[in-house]
Design a binder for this molecule. Structure first.
Ligand code: C5P
Length: 404
């Protein structure tokens, strides 16, 4: 619930991209936001107030001169009873009105009256975007402190023309909203590298050795660090979840590739190695599919140890200021965690119990113990997102104090 209780006033202007605003409403609400929509007259030509109202579970405001609406909330209250005003899509026309302070309909009047931060997602034909009038208005709005997300490069829905003008995708708008509404950024100016997911170690071109890691915890940590302002590179093994927004994601398959990608990112301030790296790989994987031959015993697999990425980083000449490892254990959690801390040169080991039934591996929840040189801190059972957010805060308070 990254937007839990946040109130978003969403202004939908008239453009074909208005259909994406329906998805945007869903995405915002999924994250706990309360969405109050305003639609311009033109917007109602593209999507209906009925759909917008149903998805937002709110009254849809459309008319500056509606007696009921004015008595109910009024445009001045509407403009101010929110944490953020989002305009998506923002048309060239609405941007022009904003830049010039026009207020002849509800959307523009509210934008003029609002004392809240405003984030806009422009969407228009590429020629309209590059037109000097729009570019002048853009410069004015930026000077006025209006925040922008997009537009993106791409094909226009109506004309098939390519160029800058597509509205940012709903999830990118959500990320910009989260960015706007998030609190302080204690990790601003710092770099972090995070590993996540399993690794796949090939046996032959079609088979591999793997484990049940989903990447959920590592991805959530990358997101949480980015939210606190860090510049994050996520090195992800093969997972089925999508790349987090606001993070640079590098995709790898094997442990050796993961190590190379991590080392290529040094120096960083923070390293969080969450990936469940396969301990072993097949010594010499076959170039061709190994055949099953009738009557013959299966070929034995000769295994060899994979590089230990955490240990390499923990003892590296360019060791990050803070090195965090994870420990998936099924027994003697604290003891194993402490020896891992020492052996791997980490500042913190986040140990979790992955014995059968805990659901930590692949599931959505995790109960972890934080093991440092000075002691053990047990956290309650939390969602992986909550673990990530708490851990990012822990990292933020400890990264400045560390020097090794
Ligand atoms: O030794 P073990 O695999 O239990 O250690 C777990 C920690 O070490 C995790 O942080 C994991 O990401 C990291 N690790 C690694 N490279 C390996 C094995 C583990 O970075 N080859």
């Amino acid at each position: 619930m990254t937007l839990g209780g946040k109130r978003i006033l969403l202004i939908i202007a008239g453009g074909i991209a208005a259909y994406k605003s329906l998805d945007l409403i869903r995405r915002l609400r999924e994250r706990g936001a309360v969405v109050r929509p305003i639609m311009t007259k033109a917007a109602q030509e593209f999507v209906t107030p009925l759909a917008v109202g149903a998805l937002s579970a709110s009254h849809v405001y459309t008319d500056l001169f509606s007696r009921e609406d004015e008595q109910d909330v009024g445009h001045i209250r509407l403009a101010r009873e929110c944490d953020l005003v989002v305009v998506a899509p923002a048309t060239a026309d609405l941007m022009a009105k904003m830049a010039h302070g026009l207020a002849d309909d509800l959307a523009s009047a509210v934008l003029l009256a609002s004392d809240r931060p405003i984030l806009i997602a422009p969407a228009m034909n590429p020629k309209m975007w590059t037109a000097s009038a729009t570019q002048r208005n853009l410069a004015t709005l930026q000077k006025d402190g209006i925040q922008f997300v997009g537009p993106m490069e791409g094909e226009m829905a109506e004309s098939g023309e390519r160029g800058l003008g597509r509205m940012a995708e709903p999830l990118d708008i959500v990320a910009a909203v989260e960015q706007q509404l998030s609190g302080p950024k204690p990790l601003a100016g710092m770099k972090a590298v995070v590993t996540s997911g399993p690794t796949h170690e090939p046996i032959d071109p079609v088979r591999y050795i793997a484990n049940r890691s989903s990447g959920k915890q590592g991805h959530a940590i990358a997101t949480a660090l980015a939210k606190l302002g860090a510049e994050v590179t996520l090195v992800s093994g093969p997972v089925t979840i999508s790349d987090p927004t606001g993070v640079r994601t590098v995709h790898v398959e094997r442990a050796e590739e993961m190590r190379d990608a991590v080392l290529a990112n040094l120096p960083v301030d923070i390293a969080v190695m969450v990936a469940a790296v396969a301990d072993w790989r097949v010594a010499s994987s076959a170039d061709q599919k190994i055949k099953k031959l009738p009557g013959e015993a299966p070929a034995p697999l000769q295994l060899t140890e994979n590089p230990d990425i955490l240990k390499t980083v923990g003892h590296h000449a360019q060791r990050p200021r803070l090195v965090v490892g994870f420990a998936a254990e099924t027994q003697n959690i604290d003891e194993n965690g402490r020896s891992k801390l020492e052996r791997k040169g980490a500042d913190l080991i986040v140990a979790n119990d992955v014995s059968a039934g805990t659901g930590a591996m692949g599931g959505d929840r995790n109960s972890v113990r934080l093991i440092t040189k000075t002691g053990v801190e047990a956290w309650p059972d939390l969602s992986k997102t909550e673990v990530a957010e708490r851990l990012a805060l822990w990292i933020a308070t400890h990264v400045s104090g560390t020097s090794r």
